[in-house]
Write a protein that binds this ligand. Structure first.
Ligand SMILES: Nc1ncnc2c1ncn2[C@@H]1O[C@H](COP(=O)(O)OP(=O)(O)OP(=O)(O)O)[C@@H](O)[C@H]1O
Ligand SMILES: [Mg+2]
Length: 278
């Protein structure tokens, strides 16, 4: 055997683990994080042993100030932050053993700046469900209150420019939600999906999130506490750790961080409504 052939063989062996696709498909069950730690960089741990539970079909919110690790948790669940320690179980499977395509089929992530690509409204929606009929597309557009607007334009053939530049922020998020609804996965993660958009869009989107939460596992990350009150459980995070959790009622009774945040936000939101600002 000559040298070339030998090295070919060695490289093939080295390549093998990479090429090997995970075959475990994603179970449809409870999601449970136990003692979850994660670091982007070797010397800086971001999540410090977090316990979280997202029972199948439940509505859970995560709140906490900027930089506390909320989106990092979402990225772990989406399989994007690899190399976590502790455990993240979906049903009876450990997350890092699950086939990635299967995980993507099961979990839909909607961020504050959803990615719309250059093409038509139909093209963008079909990303969520490639074989969807036009009638199905119109039905979800009605749900997100975008149908009337698009009928005034070119309907499903309306052009969408790069990153949705020709749509308002609220319209982009409504379209992204419509696409997510078409995807019909069993888990939905909304990461500040209604931040920096108009109040009407926020209300429409929150109404659909609450509706989804009746049948799906919904994880809502929001800085606006008024949006999380109906959750089965709310987690409060500080600096990469969970510090409080419970229902709105339990957390208000506990009179801790959540309760003081709630009182601050309530007085800000009501400011002026009763004439006190005058
Ligand atoms: N790709 C990355 N590489 C290195 N550090 C990161 C990366 N993404 C986030 N971080 C750091 O991890 C910490 C948590 O960030 P994360 O985005 O999870 O916060 P967050 O709670 O979602 O904040 P926000 O409410 O502002 O969205 C921050 O200190 C941030 O600087
Ligand atoms: Mg974030």
């Amino acid at each position: 055997m000559n040298g070339m052939a030998a090295s070919d063989k060695i490289f093939r062996l080295l390549d093998l683990p990479e090429a090997e696709k995970k075959t475990l498909s994603c179970p449809d069950g409870d999601i449970v994080c136990e003692n979850l730690t994660f670091s982007y960089e070797a010397d800086r741990e971001i999540l410090h042993g977090v316990d979280l539970s997202f029972p199948k079909g439940s509505f859970t919110s995560i709140v906490g100030e900027s930089g506390c690790g909320k989106s990092t948790i979402a990225a772990v669940l989406m399989g994007r932050n690899k190399g976590y320690t502790g455990s993240v179980r979906i049903g009876d499977a450990e997350l890092h053993e699950i086939n990635e395509d299967s995980l993507m089929r099961q979990i839909t992530y909607i961020s504050h700046q959803s990615y719309l690509f250059k093409g038509t409204v139909r093209d963008n929606l079909r990303m969520g469900k490639p074989d969807a009929e036009d009638s199905e597309l119109w039905a979800v557009l009605e749900r997100v209150n975008l149908a009337a607007f698009l009928k005034e334009e070119q309907g499903l053939d309306t052009r969408v420019s790069e990153k949705g530049g020709n749509f308002s922020g609220g319209q982009c998020q409504r379209l992204a939600l419509a696409r997510a609804l078409l995807h019909d996965s069993s888990v939905y993660i909304f990461d500040e999906a209604t931040s920096n958009i108009d109040a009407e869009s926020e209300n429409d989107i929150m109404r659909e999130i609450h509706r989804l939460a009746k049948t799906k596992t919904v994880i809502l990350i929001s800085h606006r506490l008024a949006n999380v009150t109906a959750s089965d459980r709310i987690y409060i995070m500080e600096n990469g750790a969970v510090t409080e959790s419970g229902t709105q009622e339990e957390l208000l009774k506990a009179d801790g961080v959540y309760s003081s945040l709630w009182n601050t936000q309530q007085s800000l939101e009501n400011y002026g409504k009763d004439g006190s600002a005058a």
